[in-house]
Design a protein around this ligand. Structure first.
Ligand SMILES: Nc1ncnc2c1ncn2[C@@H]1O[C@H](COP(=O)(O)OP(=O)(O)OP(=O)(O)O)[C@@H](O)[C@H]1O
Ligand SMILES: [K+]
Ligand SMILES: [Mg+2]
Length: 676
C-alpha cells in the first residue's frame, strides 16, 4: 500500500465515469440536498424541453434542451468527483480481498496438546493454533508462545520482516500474514468475519464511511442556503407576473442552480474521502473520517517512551551489585526472579545471566509473580525465599514492608543508569536488595528533528512512561520532547488525557501496549502501532501499519489540509454564487428593463446566452476543481490567523472574480459557435 505516483489511472477514470451514472439513483442522490435539487431541476427542464417540442416551439426547445443537458452534467460531474475519490480505495480493497483466502489451521487440542487440521474459517475466539515457518497465519491473534519473524507485506506493503513475540508489546499477529522462521503458538482474538483484514477491506472500500460532525454541520448550512434561494426564486414568479414579465420555468431553475452552492455541494464528500485516502496512502488505517478531521485540530501529542521514542527492545546489559554482593549472587537472584518472566525484558535477563555462565534449575512448587504495570515488579516465590525485581521505588516499598532497607550503593547505581537513559531494575532476595540490572534502550535515530517539526506545527509533545523520573528526563532531553510524565500507571495516562481534554485541548496519543489501551480509546486521535498488542489495536481510532509513532506529524498535516481544503472550497463556492447572481441578473431582466443594460458590465450577448453561460460555467467549475479537492490545498506550518486570511483572500476574492471572466469566455464561445 505504498504511495502511488500515478495520481489517477485511466482505468480509475473509466470506472468512475460508469459509477457517476449509477449514482444518479435518487436513493443515492437524496443524501446530498444540493445535488438532489439540481437533479430535480434537470428533470423539470427535461420535461419542459419535451413540452416545448410538443408545442412545436423550436427556439425554446434549443434553449431548454441545452440547459437540461448541462444540469444533468452538473450532477454527473459531482458524482464523478465522488466516484473518483472512492476509486483508489476500491482498487486497494480488491487487492486485500485476494489476501483473504481460506487457509488451513493447526488447531491445538487443549488437553492432549496435539493439533488437528481445520479450515481457518472454523476458528473461534480463544482457540490456539500452531504456525511454523512458511505457513500463513490463519487468524488474528496474540502470540502466546515463542517468537518468529513475519512477513506482513500482504497488509502493509512493506517487505522487511518483523519480529513478533509472546509477552511484550509486540505480540499481535494478523491473519493473512506469513511466518518466515521459527514456530509460534497463537491465541485467536477475532471472531470469524470480524478480522483485521475484514475491517480493513470495509474501511478502504468506504462501506463504513459516515459523515463527520463537521460535514454534517456544513451540509446543514448548504441545505439552509438552498432552501432560502429556493424560496427567493419561487417568489420571483408572481413578482414577474405582476411586472408582466414572462420568466419561464427553465430560466427559474437555471437561476436557482446558479445561486445554490453546487460547487462545494458537489465536491464535499470527495474532499472527505480523499482525506481518508491520503491517510491510507501513508499506510495508516483511519477508522473514521472524524478521526482524520480531529487530527487537523490536535494541540497536544502524548507518546509512550519505550518502543515509541526509543527503539524499545530494552535489553539487560549489565549487573550492578550492591556493596558486599558479587555479580554472580546478583545475577543468580535476577535469573531466579525471571524464571517465569515472559516479557522481552525478562528473557533478556535470562540471556545475560547465561552469558555470564550463571545457571539455575527451577525449583518445584514455586509461584510465579507476573509483571504488571500496576505493581511495576515481577518475580517468584520459591518454597524458601521470595525474589522480586522491578522499579526501585516498587522494590524499596516491598523490602521495607519486610523490614529491609535500600543500600546507598544501590541508589548510586540507580542514579547512574537512569542518567544514561537506561531503565534500572532493582533485584531483591527476601528483604535484601542485591543490586541493580541495567536495561539498555536507545532513542530512535532522527526523532529529535521530528519533534522539532511537531513543535513548529504548534503542537506540544508529552512523553509518558512507567519509568522513573531520572530516566524519563534523560530520554526526554535527548529526544527533544516538550514535557514528560514519569512513573505513570495506565490510569495516570488516562487521567492526563482527561485533564487535557477538560482544558479544552485536542489530544492525540500514540502507543502500543495493553496499558496504553484506555488512553488510546480516550484520545481524540488514538494512533495504535500495528506491532502493538491486540488490545491497543482495538482501542485506537487509527492504526499505523508501519508502526511509526511520529507518523502523527503526517496525519496532523493531512487533517489540517482536509479542513483547509473544505473551508477554502466553501468560501470559493459561495463567493462564486454571489458573483454569478450579479453576472446573470442584469441580462435576465434586459428584455423588460432596458435600463438594466448598464449593469450588464460583461456585455453578454443575450439573456439566454448569459443564463446558459452561467450554467455551463457552474458545471465546469466542478470538474476543474476536482484535482484540488482530491489533492488538497497545500499546507505549510504557519499561524492559524495568517493562514485564514490568506485563504480567504485567495479563495474568497478569487471566487468573486473568476465567474465574471469564466462566464464571459463561455458566452463568447457559445456565440462564436452560434449554438444559441
Ligand atoms: N519484566 C519486568 N519485570 C519487572 N519490572 C519491570 C519489567 N518490565 C518493566 N518493569 C518495570 O516497570 C516499569 C514500568 O514498565 P512499563 O513497561 O509498564 O512502562 P510503560 O508504562 O509501558 O512506559 P514505557 O513503556 O514508556 O516505559 C519499568 O520502568 C520498570 O521499572
Ligand atoms: K451554484
Ligand atoms: Mg511499555
Amino acid at each position: 500500500m505504498k504511495e502511488n505516483n500515478v495520481f489517477v489511472s485511466n482505468e480509475l477514470v473509466f470506472s468512475a465515469i460508469k459509477e457517476s451514472f449509477v449514482k444518479l439513483n435518487p436513493f443515492s442522490l437524496y443524501k446530498n440536498p444540493v445535488l438532489f435539487i439540481v437533479g430535480l431541476g434537470a428533470i423539470i427542464t427535461t420535461i419542459a424541453t419535451a413540452n416545448d417540442f410538443i408545442l412545436n416551439d423550436m427556439s425554446s426547445v434549443n434553449f431548454s434542451l441545452q440547459i437540461s443537458i448541462w444540469l444533468w452534467f452538473t450532477v454527473l460531474f459531482a458524482n464523478f468527483a465522488e466516484a473518483l475519490a472512492e476509486g483508489r480505495g476500491k482498487a486497494q480493497a480488491e487487492n486485500l480481498k485476494k489476501t483473504r483466502r481460506d487457509t488451513q489451521a493447526k488447531r491445538l487440542n487443549k488437553q492432549s496438546n496435539e493439533y488437528e487440521i481445520v479450515s481457518a474459517s472454523n476458528l473461534l475466539k480463544d482457540d490456539r493454533v500452531v504456525v511454523v515457518a512458511g505457513e500463513v497465519i490463519p487468524a488474528d491473534g496474540t502470540v502466546v508462545e515463542g517468537m518468529a519473524s513475519i512477513d506482513e507485506s500482504a497488509i502493509t506493503g512493506e517487505s522487511a520482516p518483523v519480529i513478533r513475540e509472546s509477552g511484550g508489546d509486540r505480540s499481535a499477529v494478523t491473519g493473512g500474514t506469513m511466518v518466515l522462521s521459527d514456530r509460534i503458538v497463537i491465541q485467536v482474538t477475532a471472531e470469524p468475519g470480524k478480522s483485521f483484514l475484514d475491517k480493513m477491506i470495509a474501511l478502504v472500500e468506504g462501506a463504513e464511511r459516515k459523515k463527520t460532525p463537521n460535514e454534517i454541520a456544513l451540509n446543514i448550512l448548504l441545505f439552509g442556503l438552498t432552501a432560502v434561494f429556493l424560496l427567493a426564486v419561487v417568489t420571483l414568479k408572481p413578482f414577474a407576473i405582476y411586472q408582466n414579465l414572462n420568466i419561464s420555468v427553465v430560466v427559474l431553475v437555471a437561476l436557482l442552480v446558479c445561486l445554490i452552492p453546487t460547487t462545494i455541494g458537489g465536491l464535499l464528500s470527495a474532499i472527505g474521502i480523499a482525506g481518508m485516502d491520503r491517510v491510507l496512502q501513508r499506510n495508516v488505517l483511519a477508522m473514521s473520517g472524524r478521526a482524520v478531521e480531529a487530527a487537523g485540530d490536535i494541540d497536544v501529542l502524548l507518546l509512550d517512551k519505550t518502543g515509541t521514542i526509543t527503539v524499545g527492545n530494552r535489553m539487560a546489559s549489565e549487573f550492578f551489585p550492591a556493596e558486599g554482593v558479587t555479580v554472580d549472587d546478583l545475577g543468580l537472584a535476577a535469573l531466579i526472579a525471571s524464571t517465569f518472566d515472559d516479557t522481552p525484558e525478562g528473557r533478556s535477563i535470562v540471556k545475560l545471566a547465561n552469558e555470564l555462565r550463571i545457571h539455575y534449575v527451577t525449583a518445584k512448587n514455586s509461584t510465579p509473580i507476573p509483571f504488571s504495570a500496576e505493581t511495576r515488579m515481577s518475580g517468584i516465590d520459591t518454597v524458601s525465599e521470595s525474589y522480586r525485581k522491578g522499579a526501585l521505588e516498587a522494590i524499596s516499598a516491598w523490602v521495607r514492608s519486610l523490614g529491609g532497607d535500600v543500600p546507598k550503593s544501590v541508589h548510586e547505581h540507580f542514579v547512574k543508569i537512569s542518567k544514561m537513559g537506561g531503565t534500572p531494575l532493582a533485584v531483591a532476595k527476601g528483604s535484601k536488595i542485591l543490586g541493580v540490572i541495567y536495561l539498555k534502550d536507545i532513542v530512535k535515530p532522527g526523532i529529535h528533528a521530528r519533534f522539532a517539526r511537531i513543535r513548529a506545527m504548534g503542537i506540544r509533545s508529552i512523553m509518558i512512561t512507567g519509568d522513573n523520573k531520572l530516566t524519563a528526563a534523560a530520554i526526554a532531553q535527548e529526544a527533544g520532547v516538550d514535557d514528560f510524565l514519569s512513573e505513570a500507571k495506565p490510569e495516570d495516562k488516562l487521567m492526563l488525557i482527561k485533564t487535557l481534554k477538560k482544558e479544552g485541548r485536542m489530544v492525540a496519543m500514540s502507543g502500543d501496549g495493553t496499558n496504553d489501551a484506555p488512553a488510546l480509546a480516550q484520545a481524540d486521535v488514538g494512533l495504535s502501532m500495528n506491532t502493538g498488542t491486540q488490545a491497543a489495536r482495538e482501542a485506537g481510532n487509527m492504526i499505523d501499519l508501519d508502526s511509526d509513532p511520529t507518523k502523527v506529524i503526517e496525519i496532523v498535516e493531512i487533517g489540517k489540509q482536509l479542513l483547509i481544503t473544505r473551508g477554502a472550497l466553501t468560501t470559493f463556492s459561495i463567493a462564486n454564487d454571489v458573483a454569478k447572481y450579479f453576472a446573470i441578473l442584469p441580462a435576465m431582466f434586459l428584455g423588460v428593463f432596458p435600463d438594466f443594460a448598464k449593469y450588464n458590465i460583461m456585455h453578454l450577448e443575450s439573456p439566454n446566452s448569459a443564463i446558459l453561460s452561467a450554467i455551463i460555467f457552474n458545471a465546469l467549475i466542478i470538474i476543474i476543481l476536482i484535482p484540488l479537492a482530491l489533492k488538497g490545498v497545500k499546507y505549510r506550518p504557519r499561524n492559524a490567523l495568517s493562514l485564514l486570511s490568506y485563504n480567504f483572500f485567495v479563495f474568497g476574492v478569487g471566487g468573486v472574480i473568476i465567474p465574471f471572466i469564466g462566464i464571459k469566455i463561455v458566452d463568447m464561445i457559445i456565440n462564436g459557435l452560434n449554438i444559441i
